[in-house]
Design a protein around this ligand. Structure first.
Ligand code: ZN
Length: 169
């Protein structure tokens, strides 16, 4: 699929004249938990954080990522339908069951991620996107491009992870 098309359009809409440069962050498809294919956003000098153009940029990233994930979910389902054979050999059956349960877990993860993406898009709609939910600072464009669903700044996130580790012993 050509994920760049939509993006490019969204970017063009916001920053009319940067068509020449296409930095490919593309990781070859395969791991839909990683989104890919977008041009890093280049804010103009003095540009307001999370203005319309930036919102459009992240909406496009999230939209593409979501549609990749949904395709992946579909693919898993149809794969399982195709493969659902009745093996007479219990060992074969066991292998297949194992495979399926792995796929189901993957799909479950993908579904959760899709939900997270949806709620992130709502944040954009409500104009709350891009700010740390813990301390309120700007999360920053670069961090959001690396993790578009991030809801905490790197400091709060790191702190939360340290605490988590301590609690686990
Ligand atoms: Zn924070």
């Amino acid at each position: 699929m050509p994920p760049t098309a939509k993006e490019t359009k969204a970017n063009k809409a916001s920053t009319a004249k940067k068509a020449t440069k296409t930095t490919k962050v593309a990781k070859k498809a395969g791991n839909p938990a990683e989104f890919s294919n977008f041009e890093p956003y280049k804010p103009k000098r003095g540009e307001k954080y999370m203005n319309e153009a930036q919102h459009a940029h992240f909406r496009a990233i999230l939209r593409n990522w979501k549609s990749d994930l949904m395709q992946e979910v579909d693919r898993t389902v149809s794969h399982m339908k195709d493969e659902a054979a009745n093996f007479p050999d219990p060992a074969d059956r066991a292998t297949q069951e194992e495979e399926f349960s792995l796929e189901l877990r993957t799909r479950d993860r993908e579904r959760k991620l899709i939900k997270k993406i949806d709620s992130t898009m709502e944040l954009i709609d409500q104009n709350d996107y891009g700010y740390c939910e813990a301390c309120g600072v700007e999360i920053g464009i670069q961090r959001l491009e690396a993790r578009p669903t991030a809801t905490q700044c790197i400091d709060c996130k790191t702190l939360a992870e340290i605490k988590e580790r301590q609690e686990m012993g």
